[in-house]
Design a protein around this ligand. Structure first.
Ligand code: RIB
Ligand code: CA
Length: 322
């Protein structure tokens, strides 16, 4: 049976690829897309989500719910320097396409409560909506069957600061609350996992481009700004932590090694805001998360290539700027 899931996303670049996987993989039953403030301007993220639904040929089939437009207590921090507008300058006519009137937090609470223990949530942006859902419904963490989080680093380097990965840095209070809430949580960290095993270099990017599908063209466009940024900071390719997070939920056989950790998030430090303290079992702390340590990297690339090879028919014309 396909896995029922919600993707909570700050849609730009790899968030779009994660959505494609959840929209097109027969192993997935995507019940909703919930939007949270993160990578780029909130309204642009919403445009990117609809654009992704269109290129997948699934416009109008999956509800889009708007969530928190700012972190719990702090000002929003953008990653537009990394992602541009997050769509590679693509656009489309959105006439008649509206998000749901129900707030994302309410949708998360409702969908989890409808079938307790069955819904998976893939959280690939700052954890603001998830923390709000915890605050709103004391049963939310119990009702969610599995929470997959892209965030933090496992005793490795950050990306937005030396100490912190972007999603946890933007809303550290939310991330801290989520790890204390009692979810069955699995973490896909930035370093070392993403940096070592989910970077697509030029040869792989060429192989994707050669697929010649609407999805492979879309992939090339949405990844272009990130590729340029990554190269400027010494990463030789595009980074795919969000699509990896969706992939390991849908295909656990891609995971080669994982371990139980106690994960907590720094909210008070001056230099370490959003730092993820991942304790590996020798510090007397009870584990609260499974952290993925190694994947089948070739298998992950083959999986995404398969998704991008799907011959979809976008229903609305996709415009390219420039
Ligand atoms: O640090 C990586 C995360 O932040 C990903 O979710 C990506 O979308 C990014 O900007
Ligand atoms: Ca993201």
């Amino acid at each position: 049976m396909p896995t029922p899931l919600v993707i909570d996303t700050d849609t730009a670049q790899d968030d779009c690829v994660a959505l494609l996987a959840a929209l097109l993989d027969p192993a997935a039953d995507l019940r909703a897309i919930t939007m949270v403030a993160g990578n780029v301007g909130f309204d642009q993220q919403v445009r990117n989500a609809f654009l992704t639904l269109n290129v997948a040929g699934r416009l109008g089939e999956v509800p889009v719910h708007l969530g928190c437009r700012a972190p719990l207590t702090r000002a929003w921090v953008s990653a537009e320097d990394v992602h541009g507008d997050g769509s590679g300058g693509l656009s489309m006519d959105r006439t008649g396409l509206e998000p749901e009137s129900e707030h994302a937090v309410d949708a998360l609470v409702r969908l989890a409560a409808e079938h307790p223990g069955e819904l998976s949530v893939v959280a690939i942006g700052p954890l603001t909506n998830i923390a709000m859902a915890v605050a709103k419904d004391p049963d939310f963490a119990r009702n969610v069957g599995a929470l997959y989080v892209m965030g933090g680093s496992n005793n490795g380097r950050g990306n937005i600061t030396a100490a912190a990965e972007f999603n946890f840095y933007v809303d550290p209070e939310a991330a801290k609350a989520v790890f204390a809430a009692g979810f069955e949580v699995t973490v896909v960290p930035w370093d070392p996992l993403t940096l070592r095993q989910a970077v697509f270099g030029q040869e792989r990017l060429d192989r994707v481009a050669a697929l010649g599908t609407p999805l492979s063209d879309f992939f090339t466009d949405v990844c272009a700004a990130t590729l340029e940024f990554d190269r400027s900071v010494g990463i030789d390719g595009t980074t795919h932590p969000d699509s990896l997070t969706a992939a390991v939920l849908l295909h656990p056989e891609l995971v080669r090694r994982s371990a139980r950790y106690h994960v907590d998030v720094e909210t008070a430090g001056e230099l370490t805001r959003g730092y993820s303290a991942m304790s590996w079992g020798v510090h007397g702390l009870a584990p609260n998360a499974t952290v993925i340590e190694e994947i089948d990297a070739e298998g992950f690339f083959a999986y995404l290539s398969g998704v991008l090879a799907t011959p979809t028919v976008p229903t609305r014309e996709i415009r390219r700027s420039g």
